[in-house]
Every structure is written in structure tokens, then in C-alpha cells.
Design a binder for this molecule. Sequence first.
Ligand SMILES: Cc1cc2nc3c(=O)[nH]c(=O)nc-3n(C[C@H](O)[C@H](O)[C@H](O)COP(=O)(O)OP(=O)(O)OC[C@H]3O[C@@H](n4cnc5c(N)ncnc54)[C@H](O)[C@@H]3O)c2cc1C
Length: 445
Amino acid sequence: MAGNAKFILVGSGLAGGLLAAYFGRRGYEVDLYERRADPRAGNFVGGRSINLALSTRGIHALRQLGIADEVMRHAIPMPGRMIHDKAGNLHFAPYDRDPNKHINSIGRAALNSTVIEAAQRYPNVRVMFNHLCTGVDLGRPVAHLVDTEKGQLALEARGDAVIGVDGAFSAVRQSMQKKLDRFVYDESYLAHGYKELTIPPGPDGGWRMEKHALHIWPRKSFMMIALPNPDGSFTCTLFWEFAGPRSFETTKTDDDVRRFFGEEFPDAVPLMPALLTDFRENPTGSLVTIRCAPWSYKDKAALVGDAAHAVVPFYGQGMNAAFEDCVVLDECLAEFPDNRERAFAEYFSRRKENTDALADLAVHNFIEMRDKTASKTFRAKKKLDHLLEGILPGVYLPLYTMISFTRIPYSTAARRARVQDQIVYASLAVVVLVFSLLILRLMIR
Ligand SMILES: Cc1cc2nc3c(=O)[nH]c(=O)nc-3n(C[C@H](O)[C@H](O)[C@H](O)COP(=O)(O)OP(=O)(O)OC[C@H]3O[C@@H](n4cnc5c(N)ncnc54)[C@H](O)[C@@H]3O)c2cc1C
């Protein structure tokens, strides 16, 4: 089987392009179908964040294909968070005790184009744009497609297996849901939505805030963040309640927008000349966590990336995790070259626990970003984390470090962080107790 098995990939988003490159390198025949037009023709319609945070797991996946340097040339390092309080005061909080450790702001369109080009370097990979998948006949397996450029012409694409890399609202997953008895599916939405806004470059073409930072305006129940772009601009994202007394729903007029931003983000307003237009015209996106099981059907179909496990964006890990899926699926196919069903099952068992852990971490990190980053206790805990990491190198690793700067499996990282926290808090309690006893003894004397 191995070498020239034929895969039909549905979706050439971030993970689809990368997976096609991995499969191309392994010698498989790959037909990749994407409903949208070619992003390289300048008509990129991401529908999502314009830029993303790329970190160690994602970089590793790119490095395996020799395209990490190409991608990193366009990246802007962000070694920490720049916290903006309501008075306009700034506080920089590094992500790690090592100032060289950083996450990277990268443009979605550029990254998408790079992975598609990497795939197309293999003559055995073909990419077809403007092809919408309407469902999959899993038994054969065949993907039903519509060529949206040629007057809705219906087509069938047949291969040895169909891989759904078609994002959170995957058509391939829907077909699995219909076909598989006891398919587990769970989707949950946050009460918050998001809207993207822009801080354009300054008059000299430079960045109007610190370039090397992920900016956060934490406001307890909501927040705004901003990531730098190579052209001198920042893409801001407001995460805010859909409904409620102060929310997207109740903010209707330009005056409402002006008042809200003036009260909450006064230092950002003068940097956002198109605020009112952006707010009115840009869509309000929803934030969903999707869990499902299993991720495959026999040796005929499998799910990768958001199609298998969409997470909310607050750990900056959705794409990184999707890239890690590609590495693991490729490894499993190499380990079981003559048993694709086993390879798919193994891929699922190696990833599921980890992406479930990531889903929980991502929701939790929303609370940390929007609420706790502003507090002194939180900053003190971060300092303690970095201190312990220095005193106990290789033994104590802060959770953020494990998630963003290592490839320790997500579930192991989450467990290890819980144990570390218990030990630290217990030790602090002992120290406090000993001090109290000493003071008591001195007083009795
Ligand atoms: C606001 C926001 C900010 C984010 N920030 C980060 C971040 O900083 N770091 C990070 O790692 N992740 C981040 N993410 C998550 C990241 O965007 C996703 O995890 C990532 O895009 C998943 O890649 P994917 O290829 O699985 O899905 P997608 O990128 O969604 O790609 C799916 C592709 O399939 C195509 N498609 C869909 N349906 C069909 C169909 N029926 N037929 C044919 N084609 C189809 C789509 O057009 C698309 O091209 C963020 C997400 C959001 C919403």
C-alpha cells in the first residue's frame, strides 16, 4: 500500500496545505480540494484572524519540511505581553525567564500561501481551488464536490482515503457523524464574540506601539489584544460579550462605539482612525470549542486540525496543534505503512487526550488574559514561576513555557503544572507556618 496510496484532502487552510506537503514528501498521490479561491491571487478570505501566534510546536512541524526559515523571515518575535491599563500605563511581562524565548506574530495569508507552495513542490500533489465539498461517501470513499467556478458543476473525487482538513464546520466530519453509530460530538460556544480592528502604521511607516509584544488591554470580563504586522500596522481583536447591558448587541451607534472605546481603551483610540468603520463593517465572529470521537472511519477517512478539535484562541495554539496533528499522522502512517486503519487509530489515540487538554487550557487562559494579567498577585506568581525555573532547571517548568516553548504533550504539561502548583502552594504554606511559629516564639520570650 504505502507509497502511492491516493489521498483526497478536503480544505487547504493552514493544516490542509501542510498535510499535503507531508503526504507529498512520503510519496502519496494527493488531490487537495479547497472551496475558496487561491489565496496567492490576492483574494485571501480568511474569515478569521489576520495574524496568529506561531510557537515551538508549529515551528517544529514547518522545520521537518524545511520551510521554517522561509516562514520565520516574515515573523515578528513577541517575547512578552504588554499590558495596557485604563490610565494608559504600560507594563511588560516576559513570557519566559529567558528573554530570547518568544512567540511569533505571523500573517495567516502568507503562512497559508507558504504551506500550499511547499505542497505543490511535489509533483504528486495537485491543488484544486473553488471546489466545495458537499459530503463524503465514506464506504467507497468518495468526496462529493461542486466546482463553483464552472457553474456549480458536480464532481466526485475518489481515493484510498479522504482526510477532512476543512476546519471547525467540517463537511467530512458531518458525513462521519451521519455514518457512524455512536459518533460523539460536542460543540460549545463562549458567550463572547470577537471583532478585528486596525491600528495602521505611523506616518513614518513604523509601529505606533512596541513592536515586539503581544498587547493586551485586560478589562476583567472582556479584553482587547493587538499583534504586530510586518507592514507597521497592528491587528487588534476585541473579545466581548455578545449580549448584556454593555455588549456587541447593545453597541449600535457610532456614539456608543466612541463612548465604549473612550472609557475602556483611551490610549488606543487615537491610534485607530478607522475605528468606527472597522467596528461597523467587520464581522463579529463566534468562539467555539469542538470535541468529537472517533477521528477516523476504518482506513477510509480521518480528521485533522480544527475539523477534529476546534479550540478557542486564547492560548494561541489552535494552528500549532493542527500542525502537530500533521506531524503525528505522518509518523503513524510511517509506523504502520501496511495498515492505514491502525495508523489512523493510533493517530487518534496519541492526539485526543492532548487536544482535549488544550481545549480546557484555552478556555482557562481567557480568564487569565482578560482578568488576571492586570493583577499584582498574577505578576508575582509569574515572577515566582521564573525564579523556580531558574533555581530548578529542567525540574520546574511554568505551564506557559511547556505549552508554547516545548513539545511536551499538552495533557502531560497540564498534569505537571497542577502537581507543580500543589507543591509550590504547599511549600509556601509551610514557610508561612514556620515564620509564624518563629514570631510566636520570639513574642513568648
Ligand atoms: C480569532 C482567532 C485567533 C486565532 N489565533 C491563533 C493563534 O494566535 N495561534 C494559533 O495557533 N491558532 C490561532 N487560531 C486558531 C487557528 O486559526 C486554527 O486552529 C487553524 O486555522 C486551524 O487550521 P485548519 O487548517 O484545521 O482549519 P482552517 O484554517 O479553518 O482551514 C479550513 C479550510 O477548509 C476550507 N473548507 C471548509 N469547508 C470546506 C468544504 N466544505 N469544502 C472545501 N473546503 C472547505 C476552508 O475554506 C479553509 O481554507 C485563531 C483562531 C481565531 C478564530
